[in-house]
Each structure stands twice: as C-alpha cells, then as structure tokens.
Design a protein around this ligand. Structure first.
Ligand code: PLP
Length: 231
C-alpha cells in the first residue's frame, strides 16, 4: 500500500501472525531506521525494543505522531543513564544489578513515573554477558522488594551465544522455575508475571517454556546493518 509497508520482508506477517496472542511480540529495531518502525506499526505492532537510550530518543522524536507505542529498553544500561531511561521507556528489560534497580527507582520517584522492568538473570555461566546469577538474585530479593516506584514484573534471560538446544532449554526452563520460586516468597511488591525470553534463533523454544514476551529482530526485518559504534 505504501512505500513504508513495502520496506518489510515478505515473511513479516507470517512470523508476526505465528506468535500466540498470549505472547507480546517486541519488534527489535536497533540500528534500523524509523521507516521500519512505521512500517511495522502499520501492520499492527505496538511494542518496540531498542538497545540504546540515545538511539531510541532520536527515533522517538521522529515518531511523536504514534503515541500508543510501548517502548522497551532491552540493552545494557549504565547507571548514569538511568534517569533518561525512565524518561523514555515504558519497560526496562535489562536490570542487571541492585545498584541499577535502585537508581531507576530513585529516578522513577523524581519523575513521578512507575516504569515496568525485568531482572536480567543468568541461568548458566556466561562470563561475557550481563545479568545476575540465580543464587545471587535470590539473596537480593528482599532488597529488590523494597523498591516502591520501579515495578519489577519479569525475568529476562538470554542463552549463551552458540548454546546447544539442551542448554537453551535449560536456560528457558530455569527462568520459568526461578519465577515460581520468587513468587513463592510472597513478597510485598515483587511478583513475577512476565518472562522476557526468546530471540530470532530460539523463540519457539522460549514460547514452549512459557515466555510471555519475545524480542525479535532479524527474523522479522532481516539482517541488521552493523552498529556504528561498538557494543
Ligand atoms: C538484538 C537483541 C534482540 C533481537 O535479536 P535477533 O536475534 O535479531 O532477534 C533481542 N534481545 C536483545 C537483548 C537484543 O540485544
């Protein structure tokens, strides 16, 4: 119909329609132009994921005519950008330390916001990746539970690069189990009702293990252009 729609790969709708209605599709548009976001929006997508705060802010400034987008930050966040993240995102999936969670909570209080968030967890050892080890997370739960403004709703996890199907399964099933363990703790605020897991290479397995949000880029849009800076 429009030039923007034709910018999407032909299989876009097939993939989009294949995601169960109970699972939120987050279209990952990092390094992709705003025209791609507009095209996906026209097809019905309302949840978009970006990995960098500055890049997202620049795109949001060009999309002010689409006010019903839910913005998800999925990339590592430095504590000094916590305030900007709270200003510009509805969901923060990459809460990978107590310190970051505390900064986000403080920013949320100051800005009178209540952002939703996921704790990024590591279910198997993966040195290069950010995330909180499961055992460490369990020991920190009382402190996460004290945060009044940051709404901790989910666990986010990413299997190690090149992991075997067995390991991928272990990671996704482990996240589901950890969520159950956390909820059995009957905390005041902390209750996990979302599992953010599954990317282009592994989302069917994630959905089978109970993912409620999948973060898909390549499988929807094709290969991304390389990022201009590292990270
Ligand atoms: C880039 C990215 C994705 C999307 O990856 P694809 O393999 O292109 O689907 C999902 N989650 C995170 C955290 C990412 O950085």
């Amino acid at each position: 119909m429009t030039a923007a729609s034709s910018a999407l790969p032909q299989h876009f709708d097939d993939i989009y329609q294949s995601i169960p209605a109970t699972v939120t599709l987050i279209a990952v548009t990092k390094f992709l132009p705003v025209e791609t976001i507009r095209a996906a929006y026209e097809r019905g997508v309302r949840h978009f994921g970006e990995s960098r705060v500055q890049e997202a802010i620049a795109k949001q400034a060009q999309l002010t005519d689409l006010p019903d987008i839910t913005w998800h930050l999925i990339g590592h966040l430095q504590t000094n950008k916590a305030r900007k993240a709270v200003e510009h995102f509805d969901w923060i999936h990459s809460v990978d330390s107590l310190k970051l969670a505390q900064r986000l909570d403080q920013a949320a209080q100051e800005l009178e916001k209540a952002p939703h968030s996921c704790l990024q967890v590591k279910l198997v050892p993966d040195p290069p990746k950010y995330g909180i080890d499961a055992a460490e997370l369990l020991s920190l739960l009382p402190q996460f539970d004290q945060l009044e403004h940051l709404k901790i709703r989910g666990l986010m996890t990413i299997p190690p690069q090149g992991a075997s199907p067995d390991t991928v399964q272990e990671v996704f099933a482990g996240a589901k189990e950890l969520a159950g363990t956390i909820n059995q703790g009957r905390f005041n605020r902390l209750h996990i009702d979302q599992l953010s897991m599954g990317m282009s290479g592994d989302y069917p397995a994630a959905i089978a293990c109970g993912a409620t949000m999948v973060r898909l880029g390549t499988v929807l849009f094709g290969a991304r252009p390389p990022s201009l800076t590292s990270g």
